[in-house]
Ligand binder design. Structure first.
Ligand SMILES: [Zn+2]
Length: 392
């Protein structure tokens, strides 16, 4: 690859990335303009595209294919949604990309529109040649809030019976191959008590007190998680974790709170640990807390809302996708991580999967999120090598 070509592709990537940052695709909100932008670019190169929609039709996944659908193709996958940003905290508008010191700043630059921009920038290279196997571009919605989009794409692909050799998910890993990650389960538990004046506790039911008991039970179960591992696992920390991240409720010291909610998460190292927590806390709520919260208070209730349950991504002994990426990047370092992605879902569909993308997870979700040109270049190099590998 000549330096001139790489420089050209980098400036193309930056241009596309700036456009992508301008689409305010916060999870749960409309992403159709961004999807149309990507679809037009790919279709103008001869790609065949399929969209799958969220129930309210405001969000779509795009799955576009270059090359003939024969042989086992390769998927380049990224999510189009970004986490929210409070503009007041940022140096400049989070949804207007800003270049400085060979970095590009903006919400989603690193997680993970940088990768999507790279794939769109190299797409013309794939379309200009005859391909041995097709190359697929998968752009999903609502990954950040429980991977809601990806299952729809995967269901569609299963219907079509297409074979794939590998899926590369370009989440920020500093271009290192990630071979496994923990699951990610997120919940909000809502408590409904009965309001009353604090001077007469007998007339009310404090939702806060039940939330505290529930929370204490969670912490007890958290300690059990540590005991459940028999040998050191590949993860760090090596056991499944649980934390209560937010508690909200109540009006003031002299009012019995009728509402309280707990936001909490589990990062299980295996499916069983996730089920262990869910089953135990549900039984505790049903058998111990519910009869008490309902006493003298028919409206009393405890409801566990599942925000998202993202399956873990398991290490395979010999993974076609991991071998492919190591071969393309020339870097054999393999890691695991403790945050969730769509990788487990692709894997569950029988597609060999690896996570490898530009940028560092330390820059994701933060104020003044950025990606370096150096990381974008490394990603472009990987995609160029991929193109060289699959052209006839
Ligand atoms: Zn991400």
């Amino acid at each position: 690859m000549q330096k001139k070509n790489l420089d050209h592709l980098l400036s193309e990537t930056v241009k596309i990335l700036k456009d992508l940052i301008g689409f305010k695709t916060i999870s749960g909100q409309k992403n159709l303009d961004l999807i149309s932008y990507c679809e037009e670019k790919l279709n103008s190169l001869g790609a065949k595209s399929v969209r799958t929609y969220s129930a309210n039709k405001l969000q779509a996944n795009l799955f576009s294919t270059l090359g003939e659908n024969k042989g086992k193709g390769i998927i380049l996958s990224g999510h189009t949604d970004v986490v929210p940003a409070s503009p007041g905290d940022w140096t400049s508008d989070p949804f207007v990309a800003r270049e400085k010191d060979n970095k590009i700043f903006g919400r989603g630059t690193c997680d993970m529109k940088g990768f999507i921009a790279c794939t769109l920038a190299v797409a013309p290279l794939f379309s200009s040649k005859k391909l041995k196997v097709p190359i697929h571009f998968s752009y999903t919605f609502d990954e950040e809030t429980g991977c809601l989009g990806a299952p729809l794409v995967l269901a569609e692909l299963e219907k079509k019976n297409i074979n794939f050799s590998a899926c590369i998910i370009g989440e920020p890993t500093n271009m290192k191959a990630i071979t496994a990650h923990k699951g990610y389960n997120e919940y909000i538990t809502h408590f409904t008590g009965l309001s009353g004046h604090a001077s007469n506790p007998e007339v009310g039911v404090s939702a806060i007190e039940y939330a505290i008991q529930y929370s204490n039970k969670l912490l007890e179960l958290r300690d059990e998680l540590k005991k459940r591992i028999s040998k050191k696992t590949i993860f760090s920390p090596s056991y499944s974790t649980l934390q209560v991240g937010k508690i909200s409720g109540g009006l003031g010291a002299n009012v019995i709170a009728d509402q309280c909610s707990l936001e909490w998460e589990v990062r299980p190292i295996n499916k069983e640990d996730g089920e262990f927590i869910s089953n135990n806390i549900d039984t505790y709520a049903k058998d111990i807390l519910m009869p008490k919260i309902k006493k003298n208070n028919p409206k009393g209730d405890i409801k566990k809302e599942i925000v998202g349950e993202v399956v873990g991504f398991n290490k395979e002994d010999s993974s076609e996708a991991v071998n492919l990426v190591c071969n393309l990047t020339g870097d054999n370092e393999k890691n695991t991580m403790s945050f969730g992605t769509e990788a487990g879902l692709f894997q569950k569909s029988g597609i060999s999967t690896v996570i490898c993308g530009p940028g560092s997870i330390e820059q994701a979700h933060i104020v003044d999120e950025y990606i370096t040109y150096d990381q974008l270049k490394k990603c472009l190099k990987m995609l160029i090598s991929l193109q060289e590998k699959i052209i006839n």
